[in-house]
Design a protein around this ligand. Structure first.
Ligand code: ZN
Ligand code: ZN
Length: 310
């Protein structure tokens, strides 16, 4: 019996599709594909190139569907580390086009192709998304020609994505999964989003980058998981550089302080508050958590780390 099982496993491994690079692709075998919703933190970082935190990126999975939210630096390494398929996602959704949230976009577009993607993958984001995707595709055009025309014989057209721009509202609604883009204030960005994801078993809000937002607070009322950015209120001070006197104003207009977040969460009452994209500015995570408590939130709160699963 055991020998027969071993034989079946070996045959399956031999028959598993390979990409042009000999990488075997086992879609869904290394992860939970039951109809339960999972949030996986792929990158909990900020623009700071912290080796322990990849740039902002989160996966929400439901069954075999994988939704990628933001594509910070290092994203495909984290997708692989999380055991998620490396040959494409159901959809890629961008909160906004700040570089820390999009530096991994060419990685997502091209690596999924090199690893076997043939489907045209939707990339949904604010106005400007189509232009960004177009520029990225022109930037790597020589690579695409060489990989398809050369001896590598890459899958022709597999690098294509379908860039879709939105200004908010329902951006995905299919077979039990509904995703809504919620416009939030993020300084000078004309359109920046939080996303609310509803599935049969879970409600999740990913706040993106945002100053305090009434719309985000309303959307977060009683949700299972609220992932929110935050900065350390105790560390706000002008910086010693040209223009550094504007730093406190920048923080106020673009981001949410720990005390502000504590007040928002106290009103919205998410079942679990998860801090990510934390601007500590020399402070500790304990200081930030203390700020959230000063703001009035008494519920469950924790700091996200890369590859955490909820
Ligand atoms: Zn950011
Ligand atoms: Zn931003």
């Amino acid at each position: 019996m055991l020998r027969r099982l071993l034989f079946a496993v070996l045959v399956a491994a031999a028959l598993a599709p390979r990409t042009a690079h000999g990488q075997r692709v086992f879609p869904g075998t290394s992860r939970d594909t039951a109809l339960v919703t999972r949030l996986i933190v792929l990158g909990s970082g900020t623009p700071v190139p912290d080796p322990g935190r990849a740039g902002p990126a989160y996966a929400v999975t439901y069954g075999t569907r994988v939704f990628l939210f933001d594509a910070g630096a290092g994203v495909m390494r984290r997708v692989a580390a999380a055991g998620l398929p490396i040959d494409g996602m159901t959809a890629v959704l961008l909160t906004h086009l700040h570089s820390d949230h999009t530096l991994g976009l060419p990685d997502v577009i091209h690596t999924t192709w090199v690893m076997g993607r043939s489907r045209v993958m939707p990339v949904i984001g604010p106005p400007g998304t189509s232009a960004m995707v177009g520029h990225l595709q022109s930037a790597w055009i020589e690579d695409v020609v060489l990989r398809t025309e050369g001896t590598e014989r890459g899958r022709r057209g597999g690098q294509r994505v379908d860039a879709r721009e939105t200004t908010g509202g329902i951006v995905y609604d299919s077979a039990g999964v509904r995703i809504r883009a919620i416009p939030v204030p993020h300084g000078g960005w004309p359109v920046s989003f939080a996303f609310r994801i509803d599935t049969p078993d879970r409600s999740i809000v990913l706040g993106g980058d945002t100053a305090p937002s009434a719309a985000l607070e309303e959307a977060s009322r009683g949700v299972d998981l609220l992932v929110h950015e935050v900065y350390a209120s105790t560390r706000v001070a002008p910086e010693q550089r040209p223009g550094g006197d504007l730093w406190p104003q920048y923080l106020r207009e673009f981001h949410t302080s720990d005390e502000e977040l504590g007040a928002i969460a106290a009103r919205a009452q998410p079942k679990q508050l998860i801090l990510s994209h934390v601007l500590r500015m020399g402070g500790t995570m304990e200081e930030v958590l203390a700020g959230v408590r000063r703001g009035g939130f008494r519920g469950a709160v924790m700091v996200a780390n890369d590859l955490d699963r909820f």
